[in-house]
Ligand binder design. Structure first.
Ligand SMILES: [Zn+2]
Length: 144
């Protein structure tokens, strides 16, 4: 089974919203930042702020920042996409949860991930596998 979560994870505090941000690998940065800004990425550890309302997308240890509006997936981030590989929004998954369609969607994503057909490290601006986000949304849904 393909492991789509990077092994090394470190965390930092977003300089704007103070939320917890997670480290991203260089390929994630280069493929998610719009051209030509992606040519200015420094040899630094960058972190991704996943707060959809925060203007900062990436920031580095040295203090460089890249705004969410300069990420290729900005519209999808603002629309709270859950899965960037297969284009599944949180709204679509919530609808599925309410209509007993969630299991089929999750099985599809899990199966594609198992077969190595996902591309989380590149497509997801966080560089992370989205399955944890599905679980988080389920917990939110169940507690309502
Ligand atoms: Zn932030």
């Amino acid at each position: 089974m393909k492991n789509c979560s990077p092994t090394l994870t470190s965390k930092a505090k977003c300089p704007l919203c103070a939320g917890t941000a997670i480290s991203v690998v260089k390929a994630t940065l280069l493929q998610n930042i719009v051209f030509p800004l992606n040519m200015t990425v420094e040899e630094q550890q960058y972190f991704y702020c996943g707060d959809i309302d925060c203007d900062i997308g990436y920031f580095s240890e040295a203090g460089s920042t890249v705004k969410k509006k300069n990420l290729r997936s900005c519209n999808q981030i603002r629309a709270a996409w859950l899965c960037h590989c297969f284009g599944i929004s949180a709204a679509a998954y919530k609808t599925a949860l309410a209509t007993n369609g969630a299991e089929a969607i999750k099985s599809f994503v899990i199966e594609q991930t198992r077969q190595g057909a996902c591309a989380c490290e590149l497509r997801n601006p966080s560089g992370r596998c989205c399955l944890a986000d599905f679980k988080r949304l389920e917990r939110q849904y169940e507690s309502n």
